[in-house]
Design a protein around this ligand. Structure first.
Ligand code: GLU
Length: 508
């Protein structure tokens, strides 16, 4: 039954090319994609570029590249074609003007000739009286518009070339009952709405007009978009009604909030954020600064998408790792939360780590390149063992060298604070005796080495292990010490211990 109801699902992602997408934007795209795929529907990409003042070059290619990287490509729209061409709003001006003429004919819209200055004065006047000016039923008859002009006056004015806008005529006194799939029932009183502009004085349709007409003509069944558009919903529904069209189903997604409690994520506060906000890197046009994205920072697209899906939705089961196909299967608008969701960088890294565990081959290639760069060669087997030992410490492939270099190169310097703690005469004697024991081990395995260290009391054992770690790694970092010994082998381990002893002697 359900399947049938949603047979014709058509959703759209309708970004404005005003800069790169941030997490919220790409999440909107993802939820639309998941919903479309779940019901065998279509995912449409429409570029809402009517506001030329806010246009930022390269945003469109950024958006398309992001969708590709996330593997959530549209079925239709900009770059993909389709029967509803064109998919750029800037190329649909005639369509908007045609439909707007219908609204004018029906008396749902009117011409307004008030200049910016006149509007400014009115606003000030209201402000001085402690009121807020709203261009609506209570005031429109006092303003310069076609509602208080004869037809003749109107044509004369229009013919004179006087600039005008076209406004939507909101009928006051109505309680508008609306339904949002995520937020449930919402009631808005039309008295609280203003006669919004539908066509700007430059002849270009506003977002509200273009968006509504396009969603209707492109046969969009569900509008899934960010919460910031919730206040526009009443207005859009009134537009549908005035056109005589049935509206799509609306679903407004929760905001993504900053972990530090400083409000919602936005493109504006990128500079002071200590976590990435863009999926791909973005070159700020004015400053040419490059802000790295999740891709450049080493996140896998599957991990990024998995993490993103959970920012505001959950499948209702105790599991967090989902492939794209599984997300499609489990996705439901009903399981989207109403309240804002906090972005958590640790969790994002955790997701990456889970995917990294399955990337042995890629880590191997990365490590091989690191070794090649340093003209170091090792057996494949050895590399795989190193990866096996260190993988649990990594969140990103590029961290492999930082966590494994000591398996390939002997330290040339020692962590200052740890080194200072250990150098005194006794230590040389202790190291000499330990060295002998190490030399005498017939089979230099982690098991035998562990046994050897058991003869020390706890305090001494901890101390010696620290010193050996410093000798082998150069710091107190690294995986299990006995495994490091085994991997390096007897000869290399002893050489490193001697190297440290030499350093200590020089210092004493
Ligand atoms: N162009 C709007 C944006 O940039 C789209 C809003 C909507 O989906 O209706 O987010």
């Amino acid at each position: 039954m359900m399947q049938k109801k949603y047979n014709l699902v058509r959703v759209r992602f309708a970004p404005s090319p005003t800069g790169p997408l941030h997490l919220g934007g790409i999440r909107t795209a993802l939820y639309n994609y998941l919903f479309a795929k779940k019901y065998g529907g279509s995912f449409v990409l429409r570029i809402e570029d009517t506001d030329r003042k806010r246009f930022v070059p390269n945003s469109e290619s950024y958006i398309m590249e992001t969708l590709k990287w996330c593997q959530i490509e549209p079925d239709e729209g900009v770059g993909y074609g389709g029967v509803h061409l064109p998919y750029h709003q800037s190329q649909r001006g005639d369509i908007y003007r045609f439909h707007l003429s219908k609204l004018l004919e029906k008396g749902h819209a009117y011409y307004a000739f008030d200049t910016d200055e006149e509007l400014y004065i009115k606003r000030k006047e209201y402000q001085n009286r402690g009121l807020t000016f709203s261009y609506n039923a209570s005031i429109r008859m006092e303003m310069k518009n076609s509602l208080n002009m004869t037809k003749k006056q109107l044509y004369t004015k229009l013919n004179s070339g006087f600039p005008y806008v076209i406004r939507f005529k909101i009928t006051p006194g109505e309680k508008l009952k609306m339904e949002d799939m995520i937020r449930g029932n919402i009631v808005v009183h039309t008295d609280s709405l203003d006669d919004k502009i539908l066509l700007k004085s430059n002849g270009i349709a506003t977002y509200h007009l273009a968006n509504t007409i396009d969603d209707h003509l492109m046969k969009i069944t569900h509008v899934i978009r960010g919460e910031e558009w919730l206040p526009s919903m009443s207005f859009h529904l009134l537009l549908y009604r005035s056109f005589g069209w049935s509206p799509p189903i609306f679903a407004h997604l929760p905001l993504i909030l900053r972990e530090d409690g400083k409000g919602k994520l936005s493109k504006r506060n990128v500079e002071d954020l200590d976590f990435p906000i863009f999926p791909l890197q973005w070159k700020v046009p004015e400053t040419k600064t490059i802000i790295p994205g999740y891709r450049e920072l080493g996140y896998f697209p599957e991990a990024f998408v998995n993490m993103l899906a959970f920012l505001g939705w959950n499948p209702g089961i105790q599991r967090e790792i989902f492939s794209l196909q599984e997300l499609i299967h489990f996705f439901s608008l009903k399981r989207i939360t109403q309240s804002g969701v906090y972005f958590n960088l640790k969790k994002a890294n955790w997701f990456n780590k889970q995917y990294l565990k399955k990337k042995g081959g890629e880590i191997f290639s990365y490590l091989s390149i690191e070794l090649q760069k340093r003209s170091i060669s090792y057996e494949m087997d050895y590399l795989y063992k190193v990866i096996h030992l260190t993988i649990d410490r990594l969140h990103f492939i590029h961290e492999i060298w930082k966590h494994s270099f000591y398996f390939f190169i002997s330290p040339n310097s020692y962590e200052y604070s740890s080194f200072n703690q250990i150098f005194h005469q006794n230590i040389i004697d202790q190291l000499e005796s330990c060295k002998k024991s190490l030399l005498n081990i017939p089979q230099f395995t982690s098991v035998n080495l562990r046994l050897l260290f058991q003869k020390y009391n706890k305090k001494n054992k901890d101390k010696m292990m620290k010193i050996f770690r410093l000798a082998l790694v150069g710091s107190l970092q690294g995986v299990d010490l006995f495994m490091i010994f085994e991997m390096l082998g007897k000869k290399e381990s002893i050489q490193r211990i001697e190297k440290l002893m030499k350093k200590i002697r020089e210092k004493i």
